[in-house]
Design a protein around this ligand. Structure first.
Ligand code: AKG
Length: 263
């Protein structure tokens, strides 16, 4: 059930958590399924490759991307009716298009992702994108949960500056006002964080001895006409393809950067 409070909170702060949208057993299934896949080899989208002997935990467990293009389990999750219902309600009644899946493994010691706006990469026009970010492990401040800058969803796409690549696996970030207060979002497996694609968000390194896995879907508003080529083809929630124009700029959600020092 999606109550008015959730929609109001999303409109006001730019994000909302659907607690227990999926149950713990479902989350365990996806966690184990994708971990087994990751440990079994390399896949399209592994832009930095997989190196089981690397000192960098993110090279041993790089994030997976666009799995829905070659894996049925990922596609079914991306188009899952419970996600569709929340997304459609949060977007005011218009069904979104699905454009991306990602699996972040974030093992112990892994760098985080410097604060950014997803719209910087997706370049949706008109409108913006929206993420459904599902916890597969408990996510908290120790293992680098997501951190949001409430009410930044109406900001324009900001010009980027270099990120600290000892802390972030991506090399750009956005400048924040001095009084900006990022809010950590603690989540349990099966909780889904929905957030507006223009909202500033990111995560700190994993300083715990636990993995912080999450399965992420990116969607765009259903009246969008264009988005960056990396996200084509867009899918309706029934799985059929939508023809969109190619947006200017954008690209894969965060360009990999090798650590400038040990994480
Ligand atoms: O999971 C993270 O640490 C970052 C994820 C993120 O920024 C995103 O999905 O847009």
């Amino acid at each position: 059930m999606i109550d008015d409070r959730a929609k109001r909170s999303f409109d006001e702060h730019g994000y909302v958590v659907a607690r227990g949208l999926f149950d713990a057993e479902e989350a365990t299934f996806w966690r184990d399924y994708f971990t087994r896949l990751r440990e079994a080899g390399a896949y399209p989208g592994d832009v930095v490759g997989v190196d089981p002997d690397s000192n960098d935990p993110l090279k041993r467990y790089p994030r997976m991307i666009h799995m829905h293009r070659w894996d049925r389990v990922a596609l079914d999750w991306l188009l899952e009716p419970r996600l569709g219902k929340w997304l459609t309600t949060l977007l005011g009644g218009l069904e979104p298009y699905a454009v991306q899946t990602m699996l972040y493994f974030k093992p112990p010691g892994a760098r985080g992702q410097a604060v950014h706006q997803d719209q910087y990469y997706l370049r949706v026009q008109p409108g913006t994108c929206i993420a459904a970010w599902m916890a597969l492990d408990r996510c908290d401040e120790e293992n680098g949960c997501l951190e949001m800058l409430p009410s930044s969803q109406d900001w324009p796409v900001l010009c980027t500056i270099p990120a600290d690549t000892t802390q972030s696996f991506t090399d750009v970030t956005v400048p924040l006002p001095e009084d900006a207060q990022l809010v950590p979002v603690v989540m349990e497996p099966g909780d889904v964080l929905f957030f507006n694609g223009s909202l500033v968000h990111g995560s700190e390194p994993n300083r715990s001895d636990r993995f912080r896995r999450s399965l992420v879907g990116h969607y765009i508003e259903g009246d969008a006409l264009e988005c960056a080529l990396w996200y084509h083809p867009a899918l309706r929630l029934d799985g059929s393809t939508v023809e969109l124009e190619q947006g200017r700029g954008g690209g894969a959600c965060g360009e990999w950067s090798t650590a400038t020092a040990d994480p």
